[in-house]
Design a protein around this ligand. Structure first.
Ligand SMILES: [Zn+2]
Length: 100
């Protein structure tokens, strides 16, 4: 493949373009749901996982505007991590105090 920014050849194993440093999206793989949580746990998990170097995406269910609603299906947030980091993220979750 080639870098989408500078067209420099990028190996599939390389995390970044060696020329301009652009992240190699093909290497990232697909995002997988780690856990479905309610706010503010989504932000807590995100900052915790990111502090261990695991990239996190939050996906809110776009059913409608949530006005002051913090519980219930409308407020569900899916916490996604990259597939190849899933096991690592799960182990970190298990190590959290208060988790079974
Ligand atoms: Zn580049």
């Amino acid at each position: 493949m080639h870098c989408p920014v500078c067209k420099h050849p990028v190996s599939a194993e390389s995390p970044h373009c060696p020329n301009c440093g652009y992240p190699n999206r093909a290497r990232e793989g697909k995002w997988t749901v780690l856990k479905t949580v309610y706010p503010p746990e989504d932000l807590l998990l995100k900052s915790m996982l990111e502090s261990f170097g695991i990239p996190v995406r939050l996906q809110r269910e776009a059913i409608g505007p949530v006005q002051g609603l913090t519980l219930g299906p409308l407020a569900e947030v899916k916490v996604l991590v990259l597939h190849h980091r899933l096991e690592e993220a799960r182990q970190l979750l298990e190590a959290l105090p208060g988790e079974p």
